[in-house]
Design a protein. Structure first.
Length: 640
């Protein structure tokens, strides 16, 4: 529970009525105190309730808030045995509690309704929804239904060069390109190394060979700034490798494509607190291609589809086995599971080759994590390599060390020396004073910036939790590495300086005025603006690097030596260290471990007790959502 909410909770009347066991459970489940406040306010809407009735309603509303906080879009009215909801009702002292019949009381009619009624809470079958999430689920199902019913387009065949240059596409990839050209909805799912970027490049080239299609008719996007940046880099690199580009390809190459975040694509208007694009003001694009679609919440997927022009095509690419969105729902996973006629699954991994033993080992382990029945984690041709000392770590393939045998401080010091400051001449490069005048960097600064950014793009520490004891979470690791960096590059800085030169940083909010968004990653460096040297946050862009004086942004930034696995989605590194909590924790899931492993191309170091790995592998993420039911092809009514 965030400390910033505790004062609010202590002042709120909900605190006085909350049984201590309930508060303990809320803290254990890492729920925000605002969930308690919202549940209390909802329970206060019906008038004239007795104390027992009010307490039962408070318990149900809090259960719904907690379910949404865990990523579910709805709450089971018949709680599963051993579930968090059942434990919550017990903590309230509610025995033999029947929420569905309880909510049917006439006294609760101002709060609880049926589908189609404008009530804060909606009951659909054996499920309870908030009106907002219920409406989004129904609307999204209808939007998907409209795409499914739309007619296919007539496609002009394209030359074989589209499928063979710069790489030769396999049958699955060719099928994905063909589907994206002619059908209104295409879902492409596959693990890392299965060539999703190659598909995007071929789709772009094929589209520009269709009559009347221009580059302005195509929109590229991703959920976060980092994912959008990586998508753009991958496309540009692939286009540069074309052996025989024609005139249409030259348009792509010269365009310097820069995919947008979904917020930028839909044009969020901060003053109006809404998106400009949506029903009634559709996007102009005829084709919208979105990468890392597993990260999109149900609500944002609804907004995206609601902003499409009537005859626009949508192509969603992602890995349905990765972590679902931080916010409620698992829209991409539900769509992939339910819409076989619009789905292409990529199986062939180009990292699983004899020429790349490190990548093969990582993906083999990730495959066993994803499906424990396919092999062993500890034996066989591609096991996890267990190390008992720091000296044994090879920084290749998947290695595990247990912090009880090798202290986290000792490991992190080696990581800091070998990875963070391992670039030749790092200290001098990090302390270099860059010059930025008139929108132009000084001589040689661009090359040095590229070297520093390329260096930090090679590695990252990934954690399951933000806060944890014994250097097992993002915050304590970042604090320790910041202390070491301060000694190295913090000359002249005084007091509790939050950042110093050479440190990786992460945006935590959207700054629309400056064009920097939640999830964007950069570096803190010294920059001369006109005649004044200032600390600056520098971020990469398609056309170069952009600096911002640090004073204006420092409250929107955090260190990125370490980040959560959730925050790392959309990124790819050569080497990662994955730090897991000391005990079995609900955050330890199959999807979290799979996602963390597949961020790396060459090396994964697991800092964890050995038993945490099979625990996570056998703990799949469950998201209660009704979207898949509504997408049943035999269903005639998707809205009720």
């Amino acid at each position: 529970m965030s400390d910033e909410f505790l004062p609010m909770l202590k002042l709120h009347p909900a605190a006085a009525t909350l049984p201590s066991k309930v508060l303990d459970l809320v803290v254990e489940q890492n729920q925000e105190a605002s969930s308690i406040v919202m549940a209390w306010e909802l329970a206060g809407l019906p008038r004239g309730l007795g104390q027992a009735e009010r307490e039962g309603l408070f318990a149900i509303c809090l259960a719904l808030q907690m379910a949404q906080g865990q990523g579910h879009t709805r709450l089971a009215l018949i709680p599963a045995e051993g579930s968090t909801t059942e434990a919550l009702y017990r903590a309230f002292g509610l025995r033999n509690f029947e929420p569905k019949s309880f909510l049917g009381a006439d006294s609760l009619a101002p709060l609880v309704g049926s589908p189609g009624e404008a009530k804060p809470l909606v009951i659909w079958g054996d499920w309870l929804y908030s009106h907002r999430l219920y409406s989004h689920e129904c609307e999204l199902a209808n939007q998907i239904g409209n795409l499914r019913r739309a007619a296919n387009l007539t496609v002009i065949p394209v030359g074989e060069e589209v499928f063979c240059d710069p790489v030769s596409l396999n049958n699955e990839q060719r099928q994905a390109v063909g589907m994206a050209l002619k059908t209104p909805l295409t879902l492409v799912t596959g693990g890392p190394g299965t060539g999703k970027t190659s598909i995007v490049v071929s789709i772009l080239r094929a589209l520009l060979r269709q009559p009347g299609m221009t580059l302005e008719d195509i929109a590229l996007a991703a959920p976060t700034g980092k994912a959008a940046q990586r998508m753009g880099e991958a496309i540009r690199n692939s286009l540069q490798n074309l052996k025989e580009p024609d005139s249409g390809d030259q348009v792509l190459i010269k365009a310097t494509l820069e995919p947008k975040t979904l917020h930028r694509l839909l044009a969020w208007h901060p003053a109006a607190e809404r998106f400009r694009h949506g029903p009634g003001n559709a996007l102009s694009a005829k084709v919208v291609i979105v990468d890392e679609a597993s990260m999109i919440s149900q609500e944002h997927m609804c907004r995206l589809l609601g902003a499409l022009a009537p005859e626009a095509r949508l192509v969603l690419l992602g890995d349905a086995d990765q972590l679902p969105s931080v916010e409620a729902g698992c829209a991409f996973r539900d769509m992939v599971a339910s819409l076989a006629e619009h789905r292409v699954k990529l199986f062939q991994s180009y990292r699983m080759s004899d020429a790349d033993p490190d990548g093969r080992n990582i993906l083999s382990v990730a495959g066993v994590i994803n499906n424990p029945n396919t092999g062993s984690l500890w034996e066989g041709a591609e096991p996890i390599h267990c190390r008992t000392s720091l000296e044994q770590l090879a920084f290749k393939q998947v290695e595990l060390f247990e912090p009880s045998q090798v202290s986290m401080t000792t490991f992190l010091k080696r990581w800091f020396d070998q990875e963070v400051t391992g670039l030749a001449g790092f200290q001098a490069k990090a302390k270099h004073i860059f010059t930025f005048q008139g929108g132009v960097w000084g001589e040689g600064d661009g090359e040095l910036l590229k070297a520093l950014f390329d260096h930090f793009d090679q590695f990252r520490v990934l954690c399951a939790l933000r806060e944890a004891d014994d250097l097992r979470g993002v915050q304590p690791i970042n604090e320790l590495l910041h202390k070491w960096m301060l000694r190295l590059t913090g000359d002249g800085l005084r007091g509790q300086t939050p950042f110093c030169a050479g440190e990786p940083i992460l945006m935590t909010t959207n700054d629309y005025r400056r064009g920097i968004y939640n999830g964007d990653q950069g570096l803190v460096l010294k920059v001369r603006f006109e005649d004044q040297v200032r600390q600056a946050a520098v971020f990469p862009r398609a056309l170069g690097f952009v600096p911002f004086p640090l004073e204006q942004l420092k409250h929107q930034l955090e260190h990125a030596f370490a980040m959560t696995v959730h925050k790392s989605q959309g990124s790819e590194y050569t080497r990662v260290a994955i730090v897991l909590p000391k005990n079995n924790h609900r955050a330890l899931t199959k999807e979290l471990l799979y996602t963390g492993l597949t961020r790396a191309k060459k090396s994964v170091i697991l800092a964890a007790e050995r038993e945490r790995i099979p625990f996570a592998a056998n703990n799949p993420t469950r998201r209660d959502s009704g979207l898949a039911e509504r997408l049943d092809p035999l269903s005639d009514d998707q809205t009720s």
